[in-house]
Design a protein around this ligand. Structure first.
Ligand code: CA
Length: 517
């Protein structure tokens, strides 16, 4: 016992030497910090802070997530870098802010890889430290070396493999974009390329292929909401964005996506039980079109959106069980988080609005996906290393941008000079050894925002204030915005005239961050 405690203290002390602002917690954890733990990031899609019951909303029940939260650190002020998928994921994987670049907006289904070959990635860092790495599920970072020129019937020339993933089983684009197929190690799964090749176009419809906008009678599973654009190629009775034909045998069944990607995540865990591994598991839940498996249908009382949350929770449970099955429970850090905030109607008539009831996916925060307001990027985050982390709630300001440098520090990999430039080592915060987090967090949507945990400044913008399709307040304003998040978490009272000193302080920090690289 003495030895274990001694080891544990040594572990914390050595981390403290290298990390400013560390305060040691007193704890009775029985597990010393492993030097090369397995690391699993379960990255949900569009799940809001309030969509997980451990974050306080009584209208939803996510027992598997909640159970993990009882063994780890649950964060109340954690942020994705951006309020939409592609820039958020880009930042997590590279440790560089997506807003420094012009080409990291929401990727089209035929987008080339947005991560450049010379960029050192999170996955490569794990590889260099001797880990086996995998990307499973939602990807949305583009594929191939040139836009629209992917060889869908052969091998995709540039993908997860080239940026550090030994294994990949991913969705080609997104659930609502063609092609509706899985891609395993850069080849479409189950494709009969010789007899039924697949064709994809993001510019021109294929003659003879019916489109959702012309043939609503073929939309037997789900119809698009008006004006969102999900009214083109029809796959499985659901119309999607843009055009495809052929590849019949390779098409996914929407209701089986969670089962399929979860099974591949679990297989990867089982196959790598003897060596350290890094698994990036992007769930399709709860992105649109929301078509959970029939066993979840009707279970939430909130229609497909709520049922998809239950399906997400099931996936989490499967991953946790797989870790237990291989006996790696005390040697595996599991992170549960989301790529951006919640949206209710995101383009399909799935009754998400009508059946929402009293549920608050955004919790106390204003806005949602796409928004500068807090609900845009303030996402759920749970970090658990059972036996080491203690059940706790941390109000520290943290950002997904810091996963990269934090885990590099933990597993002893020295980052190359120009790698992960925006990422800071915050491993002590993530593991709950201190609650002193970032001095400031930068959020990006229509504008850039900066928060010091108490005050938040949003840059002025002439973009629209409101999106009536999604019914989301976008947080854009031609005036500067300054909110006191401690007293006004709902960002209702703009205090920019009342506190010019704070306004200037945050504005200056943001300017210096913008000009840093
Ligand atoms: Ca998303």
């Amino acid at each position: 016992m003495f030895q274990k405690t001694h080891f544990k203290l040594l572990g914390i002390s050595s981390l403290c030497l290298l990390s400013a602002g560390c305060t040691e917690k007193s704890n009775d954890s029985s597990v010393k910090l492993p030097s090369k733990p397995n690391v699993i990031i379960i990255l949900a899609d569009d799940i809001g802070y309030g969509d997980l019951s451990c974050n306080g909303e009584p209208t939803i029940n996510t027992p598997n997530v909640d159970n993990l939260a009882t063994q780890g650190v649950r964060f109340t002020d954690a942020h994705a870098v951006a309020a939409t998928s592609t820039p958020s994921r880009y930042s997590l994987v590279t440790g560089n802010y997506s807003w420094r670049l012009n080409d990291t907006h929401i990727a089209a289904g035929d987008a080339a890889m947005i991560i450049q070959p010379e960029e050192y990635t999170f996955a490569q860092m794990f590889q260099q430290a001797g880990y086996t790495t995998a990307a499973v599920g939602k990807w949305h970072l583009g594929l191939g070396s040139a836009r629209g020129e992917q060889d869908w019937n052969g091998e995709i020339d540039y993908g997860p493999r080239e940026i550090g993933f030994d294994y990949s089983y991913i969705m080609a684009a997104t659930g609502d974009r063609v092609p509706c197929v899985y891609v395993e190690n850069q080849q479409i799964v189950g494709l009969d390329a010789e007899n039924d090749p697949i064709a994809v176009s993001y510019t021109t419809p294929f003659p003879g292929e019916p489109l959702g906008k012309d043939h609503p009678e073929l939309l037997t599973v789900m119809k698009p909401s008006p004006n969102h654009g999900h009214d083109q190629a029809i796959v499985n009775g659901i119309s999607r964005i843009d055009y495809m034909k052929g590849g019949e045998k390779a098409l996914w069944l929407d209701e089986n996506i969670a089962d399929s990607i979860t099974a591949h995540a679990v297989s990867f865990i089982r196959e790598n039980k003897d060596a350290p591994f890094f698994l990036y598991f992007g769930t399709n839940d709860i992105h649109v079109p929301r078509v959970p498996h029939p066993r979840f249908r009707g279970k939430s009382g909130m229609g497909p959106r709520g049922d998809a949350i239950l399906e997400f929770d099931w996936s989490v449970g499967q991953v946790v069980q797989a870790i237990k099955d291989i006996g790696a429970e005390n040697n595996t850090i599991i992170i549960i988080t989301s790529d951006n905030g919640p949206v209710i109607d995101d383009g399909y008539m799935d009754q998400a609005v009508e059946l929402l009831g009293d549920h608050r996916p955004w919790s106390d925060f204003r806005g949602g996906k796409y928004s500068n307001f807090e609900a845009g990027t303030r996402i759920p985050l749970i970090v658990a290393l059972p036996g080491y982390t203690q059940q706790s709630v941390s109000d520290a300001s943290v950002s997904q941008i810091d996963f990269f440098a934090s885990f590099a520090h933990l597993i002893g990999d020295n980052l190359p000079k120009d790698a992960a430039k925006d990422s800071q080592n915050q491993i002590d915060v993530l593991l709950g050894n201190t609650t002193v987090g970032r001095t400031h967090v930068i959020e990006s949507a229509g504008s850039l925002s900066i928060s010091d945990g108490e005050w938040k400044y949003i840059e002025p913008s002439k973009r629209p204030r409101y999106n009536n399709l999604t019914d989301i307040e976008l947080g854009n304003d031609s005036l500067p915005q300054l909110y006191n998040l401690k007293n006004d978490i709902g960002e209702k009272n703009n205090l920019y005239l009342d506190n010019p000193d704070k306004l200037n302080e945050l504005k200056n920090i943001l300017e210096s961050e913008k000009n840093k690289f």
